[in-house]
Design a protein around this ligand. Sequence first.
Ligand code: IMP
Ligand code: MG
Length: 183
Amino acid sequence: MKNEMDQDIQKILYNEREIKGIMKKLGGEVSRDYAGKNPLLVAVLKGSVVVLADFMRNLSINCEIDFMIVSSYAGTKSKGSITIIQDLRTDICDRDVIIVEDIIDSGITLNSLVELLKQRNPRSLKICTFLDKPSGRQSEISADYVGGTVGNEFIVGYGLDYNEKYRNLPYIGVLKESVYSHN
Ligand code: IMP
Ligand code: MG
């Protein structure tokens, strides 16, 4: 149970049991809404891989998955500029598409991604996010399915990283300040 990253965590926000409950709830909602359909789940790498893996196993309907890698100009106000590093392999025209996110913070990247995917004429396009951080929002975007809400703190685990680390933590936690100051 103990792992060597635990010592860097100040507090746990969602433990494994709570995360399991959230994913079950999200999976249930989406399975109900998409009954008889075959949605394409789109995950933006890398943070969303853990969420996607658990989310899809909580769906009781047919679905397909695909991945994208995008880069955005973080920290600037130049909304709407993302570069596609790796595009989808799937043609989404006439498909029911669900973007699966780890967390929505500023929403800037997601907003641009939605605009981009809309141009490809999907039948429907919705957003499912494990966590929402409304205090960080700089763009008018909201998710259709939200697992949980967090405050204005930097969190790690369950796919979320700090300098590429802690993605493999099975829970969501707040990093100790000492971790930032040492880096
Ligand atoms: P934004 O909504 O465009 O600001 O970016 C969201 C992305 O930033 C997420 O998909 C995460 O990869 C990352 N992110 C946002 N908040 C956090 C956090 O608290 N911890 C770790 N990564 C975060
Ligand atoms: Mg990240």
